[in-house]
Write a protein that binds this ligand. Structure first.
Ligand code: FAD
Length: 398
């Protein structure tokens, strides 16, 4: 049977937040873009993230962020515009878990934090709270620290993935690499599928940690990727108050980060990250769970979680090699070295997805890649459509 050739402006590999956001923004901008996902949409990092759309205060604590000039400080406002339906991507159907994100310190750190947060650099990004405005888990007479409200917000990630997938569902397909392959034809990459060959003006790799294998399938060596693993802790419990906060300890990064989620059966789960997850990456899960219990007992001794169940989750954060500590404030898009038409992209943070899509669009325009093709997507129908990834708080406690 003769194979068809399907010309498209953009072919995207990988349907995490990076690929889904790019798909939405590019299609909204008039490009024909098609996305291929090998498992479920939002798998791996995206569904494992805490959903915090943050403005970079975390980096300010460690001294690698210096205020208004940086991309990340603009992100919460850009996301809020999308949530209101006035941004480049329509997130009106996405569920917001919290409009507020808090930062609290223990009594012993008060003076360091007070002068730091009063600095000009952070004006407008943080607000010191009076006791009456503290979030419920910190409203205890025994609590002696300080509490700040950040400009950050927290989204329900499964609903974010669903929202982004729904709007361009007709352009999203499953891919099975047993019967598909990336090909190098001269200086261009193409995608060979069972019934047709996809020839994109630009191939966009947004497969998270999967980018490494895709780049090497094209014979490429750069952009090089690195993985920074961590081990998060999940505790299912009976305490009904939500909590979205960083606890600041002696180190420059948050000692503990807590986000609240609900299982499908409406059971509360606290998802615990921060230093606990990065320093405990190689701990035996039981050892790490013990550490997490001790942290909660020490930091929030007045909270009774009731009956609890504990799990840990080890995940790789995928990012361009060496860039993370140098440029924590912007997303990365780079050309694959062996072909002329392929970009590899890592947002490095969920929050930076809008920056990633803007950078992709900027590079397209700089290379004179404009909307040109109108592919017949019925050629791809037989590939089927990927499902949405299930939240870890649903799968891990089964
Ligand atoms: C525990 C944790 C918590 C985090 N919390 C936050 C947070 O609160 N806020 C924040 O801003 N950032 C957070 N991050 C970072 C954020 O999650 C990531 O930067 C972001 O999700 C990366 O998205 P991505 O689309 O590049 O990759 P991924 O989310 O990993 O998605 C990659 C997708 O590509 C698919 N794929 C892989 N290989 C192939 C292939 N060969 N073919 C087709 N498809 C493929 C995968 O199945 C997956 O669907 C967190 C990260 C972790 C690990």
């Amino acid at each position: 049977m003769e194979k068809h050739t399907l010309h498209t402006d953009i072919a995207i590999i990988g349907g995490g937040i990076a690929g889904l956001w790019a798909l939405n923004q590019l299609r909204n901008g008039g490009y024909s873009a098609i996305l291929f996902e090998q498992k479920a949409l939002g798998s791996d990092q995206t569904i494992g993230s805490q959903g915090m759309i943050h403005g970079g205060i975390k980096y300010a604590l460690s001294g690698v962020w210096s205020g208004d000039s940086h991309t990340i400080s603009a992100m919460p406002a850009i996301w809020r515009a999308c949530l209101a339906g006035t941004g480049k991507v329509d997130l009106r159907a996405c569920k917001i878990l919290s409009d507020d994100f808090y930062l609290w310190s223990s009594a012993s750190l008060q003076s360091r934090l007070t002068s730091f947060f009063a600095s000009k650099m952070l004006r407008g990004h943080v607000e010191k709270l009076k006791a009456a405005d503290y979030p419920a888990p910190l409203q205890a007479s025994a609590f002696r620290g300080q509490v700040y409200r950040l400009i950050d917000l927290v989204l329900d990630v499964p609903s974010l993935v669903q929202t982004l997938s729904n709007q361009h569902r007709q352009a999203i397909f499953s891919i099975d690499w047993h019967s598909a392959s990336l090909r190098r034809e001269g200086d261009r990459a193409t995608l060979a599928l069972p019934h047709c060959t996809v020839v994109p003006q630009r191939l966009l790799l947004t497969a998270g940690s999967g980018n490494e294998a895709l780049i090497s399938a094209l014979g490429g060596a750069t952009p090089a990727m690195q993985r920074r693993p961590l081990q998060q802790v999940l505790v299912k419990h009976r305490y009904r108050e939500n909590f979205f906060a960083h606890c600041i300890g002696g180190s420059p990064s948050p000692r503990l980060t807590i986000s609240s989620h609900r299982t499908r059966a409406d059971e509360p789960v606290w998802y615990l990250g921060g230093d606990l997850a990065t320093e405990g990456v190689d701990d035996d899960p039981d050892q790490l769970i013990d550490k997490a219990r001790r942290e909660l007992n020490e930091l929030l001794p007045w909270i009774d979680l009731g009956q609890t169940q504990w799990r840990t989750l080890r995940l790789d954060r995928a990012e361009p090699r060496h860039s993370a500590l140098l440029r924590p404030d912007s997303a990365f898009v780079g050309k694959v070295d062996t072909v002329d038409n392929t970009l590899a992209a890592w947002p490095t943070k969920l929050a930076l997805s809008p920056d990633l899509a803007d950078e992709i669009q900027r590079q397209l325009v700089a290379d004179n890649i404009l909307p040109r093709h109108q592919p017949d997507l019925s050629l791809l129908q037989s590939m089927g459509q990927p499902p949405i990834a299930a939240a870890y708080w649903d799968t891990l406690f089964q």
